[in-house]
Every structure is written in C-alpha cells, then in structure tokens.
Design a protein around this ligand. Structure first.
Ligand SMILES: [Zn+2]
Length: 99
C-alpha cells in the first residue's frame, strides 16, 4: 500500500516537473556574452513559473510560456516553456540536459 502511494506520488511529481520545464535560448551570435552562452540550451525545472524570477531577478514574463531572463542590460535571451520531458535527464535541481 505504501509502495503504491509512493509510486503514484512519484508519477505525479514527474508529471508536474515535466510540465514546468523551461529551456534557455541565447541568440548565439558573436555579440552573445559568455554568461548567456553558458546558459544556452539549459533546461530548468521549476515548481512554479514565478521561481524563474528567483533565478533571474531582473527577468520578466512575456506571456505564460515566454520569459526574458535579462541577465544583463541589452540581454536578448529568452526562456521558453517546454511541454515534454522526453529526451531530457535531470542532472540535479533545477537543471536538465538533453540526452
Ligand atoms: Zn543574454
């Protein structure tokens, strides 16, 4: 019984995590700074979308699925919601990596 409850809980948690995945996308041209390049392609898992603000204090939302992290002035990066965790591996909270 306890095992079943745990399994359901884990499945629910997995679903929740998959639902709250965000992928960092830097522009990737020669004006992109090393910090933004380092974030490029990282997939973040958060429990609530407003947690993105904890990671990027100057960031702002542009809709439910788009977030501008504003790592620095004139930052052109965007963080977009990803709807499936397929092909992604959790590498330690809150980072996922494409596999
Ligand atoms: Zn940037």
């Amino acid at each position: 019984m306890i095992v079943e409850v745990l399994e359901v809980w884990e499945a629910a948690e997995r679903l929740l995590r998959e639902y709250m995945l965000w992928r960092y996308k830097a522009v990737g041209d020669d004006r992109t700074c090393p910090e933004c390049s380092g974030w490029n392609g990282q997939v973040l898992s958060v429990e609530r979308s407003d947690e993105l603000r904890g990671l990027f204090p100057y960031g702002e939302f542009a809709g439910a699925a788009v977030f501008y992290p504003r790592l620095h002035p004139h930052c052109r990066c965007v963080v977009k919601r990803v709807y499936s965790g397929e092909g992604l591996t959790l590498t330690g909270n809150p980072f996922w990596q494409e596999t």
